[in-house]
Design a protein around this ligand. Sequence first.
Ligand SMILES: [Zn+2]
Ligand SMILES: [Zn+2]
Length: 382
Amino acid sequence: MTRTRIAVFLAVLLVGLVLPTQAELIRSRKPVNLPDVAGFKTLKCDFHIHTVFSDGNVWPHIRSEEAWREGLNAIAITDHIEYQPHKEDLPTNHNRAFEIAKSHGDALGLLVIRGSEITRSMPPGHLNAIFLSSSNELAVDDWRDSVKAAFGQGAFIFWNHPGWTGQQSDGLARWYAEHDELLSQKMLHGMEVVNGHSYYPEVHRWCLEKNLTMLANTDVHDPIGLVYDVNEESRPYTLVFATDATPEAIKEALFAGRTALRFREQLIGREQYLRPIFEASVALLNPGITIKGKGSAFVQIHNNSDVDYQLTGEQPRAEITVPTRLTLKAGRTVLLQVRGTSDRQDGKRNYDLRYTVRNLKITPDKSLQVTLPIEVTFVPGR
Ligand SMILES: [Zn+2]
Ligand SMILES: [Zn+2]
């Protein structure tokens, strides 16, 4: 071998040793960066998932690995009790999908919660019961008995996809007497404000008015990669603000209503959670700047989260101008250019720049308002 050939041979050998194989790249987890807030851990959860044990097209343990790869902390397996198109191929055991998913979840450190979908015509429609001790007890004729069985097990019960076009042809959710009945018996604890690709503004409003827990879930039936481009976008999920990363702590947080929702580029939830998420994500690296005359200076703003924050603002006072639209890109530091308006300004001034974060939705028609405090030292001159 010539020296060149030896060098090439060694280089190829080295690349082979150092580069991960395709399989290693694919079987990897991409963590979600969203800060812990208000003394709680921010857990990412999907509480509505199907497998081949009802009308899904995926073996249960794959559900655990899909969620682990996407950086989720917990999932609930919620196959239909009343609908099993594969029952000629698979025995009826409403607990089995959970057991299979949980064993792989345990191996990966992903929490898997036992659930079932009580699947009835509207009203009451489809209800998920999670944190069950046994799903088989829910397989009874009367939907009221099924809900009672779940309630008796201490389950957290929520109303799925209330505006699903399969049950409401116009896509609008309607509240029925049956839901009042469940609510008055404390057998309805939450609602899906987001199900898959749908957001229901009327459900968002009901959750705020009736103090119900808001949820965002996929209701996925096919492999997750057939429904979402998982390298480019996130599945919808529920952020749970829990005291600990355990099923018990998640259950406590759900009953207490401590959730927010990730839906595409948006976060949806009560202001008391979205404000601290924004504040813990965003840092002004140099809030104090000096501007000479009509010149400009840059405030650097870092966003350590995985969400782009889309800001629309107002012009502050006459002495300066700032951009009225600004996107704080996920994981980036962006420049906010502040410009002086006169050659004769002198001295120090503080400004609270007012912005609306368009994609942080605190009600169906209101986004979070924030202020960015800066201090400007003006130096007269040209
Ligand atoms: Zn359903
Ligand atoms: Zn479902």
